[in-house]
Design a protein around this ligand. Structure first.
Ligand SMILES: Cc1ncc(COP(=O)(O)O)c(C=O)c1O
Length: 455
């Protein structure tokens, strides 16, 4: 009953992150099934999933082994909390597995259900920690324009995109947004990437001096920005930012929700760009989105301080009913094991290089593409009306949405981001042949839009 489904969607579903009025006209696009890197809609049309869902289905769709693990876990122990010192085997095994992955000695893992709740947890942990060590005045969190850290009240505050603030009474207190490391749009005329990074470092130092270093707790950052426009850090950026944070005792919260588990050519973005984070957030590829699960990696120095402070209270009073859900943990754990068995980190790094080369070769000079950005298996194409002057299209043109729709008509799923950027982020299991197919479709999609505009 396809048409009935569409009618029921229109009548009853409240779609997140959607153009609600537009949806009344267009109706939803309903996905029915998926296999490998392909998804099928309810009319049976096949698409290459060039966005891995929402940057998350790393291992590809329809993995039978993960389905088996989920089914077995549901039969064995469908639920067991981690509260009050209770535990379950999948969570224990996942924490031990993660300990082998993360570039952090003796980390502990606090599980959640989404990137948003784990970033929310990060801010709570940072507060708890500074209160515990006698620096209760450290409350402010530094973030950046174009950042995306989630949509709960606190994490939408950290997110640096205006659409996520308007009508929500955001941004609120205690969050300071620094300039986005977005060279293409924010550099001055003729300013090199290195010089731009110097300027952003100077801005950070000036902000710390203005606010008072003793009031700033942490900076949260994606190693490379995702939803804010797929923006890799400019040359020299992290090399300049990290020492300033270290000097003033400001903790770096590394949001690896998109970069984590092989997206940028190394297991973590922190390794691609040599970050030394205090804590890390994982979600998405952690379970390849087969189950909703996220995690915060906490270093011993924080854990021990939190442990002491919690003793005064009688318990560490934070946690979610579904944190360490055994089905989600079992699936995530097997997902990470499969990634190892498939050597997916190295495979994705090689395919990622090929992907970037092909994009450059086929789209580097495309009339609509102002800048091609990315690393590994993630890319952003910023569309402009005029390449020489970087002139943007009028917002009413909704050019990135037109491009995403044109790609869809070619059988390719991509995503329109704010700032007229088209994002591409396929499952890590994509093959070279499938990369060729993706790029062919992307070129045809952009050519379609070019023709539409010319017409
Ligand atoms: C970098 C980053 N952090 C956090 C989040 C929020 O994750 P979730 O949507 O699972 O709450 C996202 C979501 O896209 C993200 O890209």
């Amino acid at each position: 009953m396809i048409s009935n489904l569409h009618a029921q969607d229109t009548a009853h579903l409240f779609h997140p992150a959607s153009d609600l009025k537009g949806l009344r006209q267009s109706g939803p696009l309903i996905w029915s099934r998926a296999e490998g890197v392909y998804v099928y809609d309810d009319h049976g049309r096949k698409y290459l999933e060039g966005m891995a869902g929402l940057w998350c289905t790393a291992i590809g769709y329809g993995n039978r082994e993960l389905a088996r693990v989920a089914a077995e876990q549901i039969e064995t122990l469908c639920y067991a909390p981690l509260f009050a010192g209770r535990s379950n085997e999948p969570s224990i095994r996942l924490a031990a597995e993660l300990a082998d992955w993360v570039p952090m000695d003796d980390a502990r893992f606090l599980f959640g259900c989404s990137g948003s709740d784990s970033n929310d947890t990060q801010v709570k942990l940072v507060r708890y920690y500074f209160n515990a060590i006698g620096q209760p005045q450290r409350k402010k969190i530094l973030s950046r324009g174009n950042a995306y850290h989630g949509t709960t009240l606190l994490t939408a505050n950290l997110t640096g995109l205006p659409a996520f603030h308007r009508h929500f009474d955001l941004p609120g207190p205690d969050v300071i947004h620094l300039t986005a490391p977005y060279h293409y749009r924010h550099a001055e005329l003729g300013e090199s990437e290195q010089a731009f990074s110097e300027r952003l470092a100077a801005e950070l130092e000036a902000t710390i001096a203005r606010e008072g270093p003793e009031t700033i707790a942490a900076m949260i950052a994606e190693p490379m920005m995702g939803a804010g426009g797929v923006i890799p850090p400019p040359e020299g950026y992290w090399e300049r930012i990290q020492p300033i944070l270290d000097e003033y005792g400001i903790l770096l919260i590394d949001d690896e929700v998109v970069c984590g588990f092989g997206r940028t050519g190394q297991p973590f973005g922190a390794q691609t760009w040599n970050l030394r984070p205090a804590t890390m957030t994982f979600a998405k590829a952690l379970s390849s989105a087969y189950q909703p699960i996220s995690a915060v990696a906490v270093p011993p120095f924080m854990y021990e301080a939190i442990e002491d402070a919690a003793a005064e209270v009688g318990l560490f009073a934070h946690g979610l009913t579904y944190a360490g859900h055994p089905v989600a943990a079992a699936v995530a754990c097997r997902n990470l094991e499969l990634m190892r068995e498939m050597d997916l980190m190295n495979q994705a790094a090689a395919t990622g290089e090929y992907f970037q080369q092909q994009l450059c070769l086929r789209l580097g000079d495309h009339e609509l593409v102002g800048q091609l950005r990315g690393r590994g298996l993630i890319a952003g194409l910023e569309l402009v009306a005029d390449r020489a002057s970087k002139r943007a299209f009028a917002p009413s043109e909704k050019i990135a949405f037109k491009a995403a729709a044109a790609c869809l008509a070619e059988g390719l799923v991509v995503r329109a981001l704010p700032g007229d950027t088209v994002a591409v982020c396929p499952p890590l299991v994509i093959t070279r042949e499938q990369v060729d197919e993706l790029v062919d479709k992307l070129v045809r999609g952009l050519d379609r839009v070019k023709t539409q505009i010319a017409g």
